[in-house]
Design a protein around this ligand. Structure first.
Ligand code: GDP
Ligand code: MG
Length: 372
């Protein structure tokens, strides 16, 4: 439960509200029977009774997720879509260098003088196939996106420096990817260094469930140097291979939906949001609800700074035209007309406001501790 009053919680636990009130009192909180308790406070009380809290998602904000999952009248024809890749790994193991190398070698090819624009994601072409890279820091992307229930990544490249081996954030990255059920490709980086010891990396990773193909397992390891760019082509080939196995599909011919990668307020342009289209095709002029904001897509810019009129599945685009700044991980959904988009956005905004107000009177773990 996201929230319950003291009385409701008492009923669920088969206890008198006075007993719950007493327990809260022991925790330093003066509560009344109608006081709302948040999830953490509920869990705390339940733990005290040895009762496990069953997760139940309460839909109190007109949930975009409903529209996100809603089967369209026109289902569209699912076709192959590019993989969306995140690079993760321990600090200084070469994530940024790798992202830059991939981008430099592939994005600007055939785009003579093409301006590279930082929009939080980019797309490259390898052997006639597209690959989308999110260049938001992998860990942050995973945690904020996952906290909001959004799944955007199809494949994770785990960068491990061959001269340093498995480190705490390497393990953290493995856990994130496993929890999200995202396949991992290991890039054993800094192979140009004399002190590189790839065998040690392979050995250490077996302890975390990643057994290399060379040793009879099913995890792909690619030795690379992000600096000299050795091995990057092989790495990208492996990404395409894993992507093929995953059979990633989306429909181009339905209204677009997807997730916010990043967003900010720009002085000249107003609200600017990078969206990852996950299904359908997004077009200039589309009425759109993005998190708690809405509008009509005014302009779209792709990852090389070009104005585009439409963006298909797995494509990152920067849009303007929203009435506010959404948050990374927010869902977006295009609606058939502006009236419907406005209606949904307004009821979502209204609910969010009520939620915010409600929050102040609710007992949360934070203010519970404040009062202790
Ligand atoms: P991040 O923290 O994971 O993003 O790591 P960076 O990409 O910032 O790299 C950290 C340092 O390692 C930088 O000084 C890079 O130049 C260096 N580095 C990254 N990749 C390689 C590589 O393949 N070989 C060598 N020798 N140095 C590298
Ligand atoms: Mg970095």
């Amino acid at each position: 439960y996201e929230s319950l009053t003291v009385g409701e919680l008492g009923k669920k636990l088969g206890r008198e509200p006075s007993e719950i009130i007493k327990k809260l009192f022991m925790l330093g909180v003066m509560a009344t029977i109608n006081q709302e308790l948040d999830k953490d406070a509920i869990e705390l009380i339940c733990a005290d009774y040895g009762v496990e809290v069953e997760e139940e998602i309460r839909i109190d904000v007109t949930d975009l997720e409903i529209y996100f999952e809603e089967p369209e009248e026109v289902q569209g024809v699912p076709t192959e879509r590019p993989p969306v890749v995140t690079i993760m790994g321990h600090v200084d193991h070469g994530k940024t260098t790798l992202l830059d190398s991939i981008r430099d070698t592939k994005v600007t090819q055939g785009e003579a003088g093409g301006i590279t624009q930082h929009i939080g994601a980019y797309q490259i072409e390898v052997e006639g196939k597209q690959i989308t890279f999110l260049d938001t820091p992998g860990h942050a992307a995973f945690t904020t996106m996952r906290a909001r229930g959004a799944k955007v990544t199809d494949i994770t490249i785990l960068v491990v420096a061959a001269d340093d081996g498995v480190m705490p954030q390497t393990i953290e990255a493995i856990n994130h990817a496993k929890a999200a059920e995202v396949p991992i490709i290991v890039a054993v980086n800094k192979m140009d260094k004399p002190s590189a010891n790839p065998d040690r990396v392979m050995q250490e990773l077996t302890e975390h469930g990643l057994l290399s193909e060379a040793w009879g397992g099913d995890t792909i390891f690619v030795p690379i140097s992000a600096l000299t760019r050795d091995g990057i082509d092989q790495l990208l080939e492996m990404v395409l291979l894993v992507s093929e196995v995953a059979e990633l599909k989306a429909s181009k011919d339905i209204r677009a939906k997807g997730t916010v990668i990043e967003a900010q307020l720009d002085r000249g342009r107003g609200s600017v949001a990078t969206l990852l289209v996950q299904d359908g095709t997004l077009r200039v002029g589309d009425p759109i609800v993005v998190g708690n904001t809405f509008g009509k897509v005014r302009a779209m810019i792709n990852d090389i700074g070009r104005r585009v009129k439409e963006a298909g599945p797995s494509t990152p685009v920067e849009i303007t035209g929203l009435n506010g700044v959404p948050q990374a991980g927010d869902r977006f959904v295009v609606f058939e007309d502006e009236k419907k988009a406005r209606q949904i956005a307004e009821s979502r905004a209204g609910d969010a406001l009520v939620e915010q107000r409600g929050e102040n009177t609710r007992v949360t773990l934070d203010n519970l501790f404040d009062q202790m």
